[in-house]
Design a protein around this ligand. Sequence first.
Ligand SMILES: [Zn+2]
Length: 249
Amino acid sequence: MISLSVKIRFFGSLCDLTKGRHLFEFVPGVNQTIKDCIERLGVPHTEVSFITLNGSFVDFSRVVCDGETYFVYPESDLPIEDVYLVSPRFVGEPRFVLDIHLGKLAKLLRIFGIYAEYGILDDDEIVARGVSMGYVILTKDRKLLMRKEIKYGYVVRSDDPYEQFDEVYRKYNLGKWASPFSRCLVCNGEILEVDKRVVEGRVPIRVFELNERFGVCSSCGKIYWPGTHYEHMEAFVSRYLPRRVLDPF
Ligand SMILES: [Zn+2]
């Protein structure tokens, strides 16, 4: 008896999600789509950019047939026309909503002034925010990104917040959108520079005397100034934006 099987070959960063394995061969279910097969192997649809079969592009709805071999690719710089992409490219300034396990990453993004919504406990709510607002969902939970309504999402690979930041920075070209120290680290609100007199009596006297520039979060009211902690962050920011003249707010 001839066994019925389909082969799927993953490329590039998709193999991060398959423990480094490139090629899978398995017996599909009845009327199973290529999307189902790919997600069954642990790769959410949001990670897949395009799929080919015998050199032609196919979309997620393609029902797989015996003997076929699919090539599955992540987002890349290849000049593929949008019409052939199974997941849309993110264009424009990215805004993120992060799952509850990525608090340090959220803070690092906010240091760069990148919109990073964080603190929602409920997965359904995270998905609803992402979908309704067009935000990119960042998570380590790949099952979360398998929900079909999600358009933009990314499975953060590393467990280290700085490496996670590096992944997201590169993938979404954040250097183009960064505005360091313009966003509140606590609540994600925008920091606005204020006249020094506004913060008099609201910060320690020594801080008031030693600093000329102050900013206030437009959302939670937290006061910011270029103190020691700021200098530490400045070193981190300069690693990514070495030629940028950093303004404190
Ligand atoms: Zn705030």
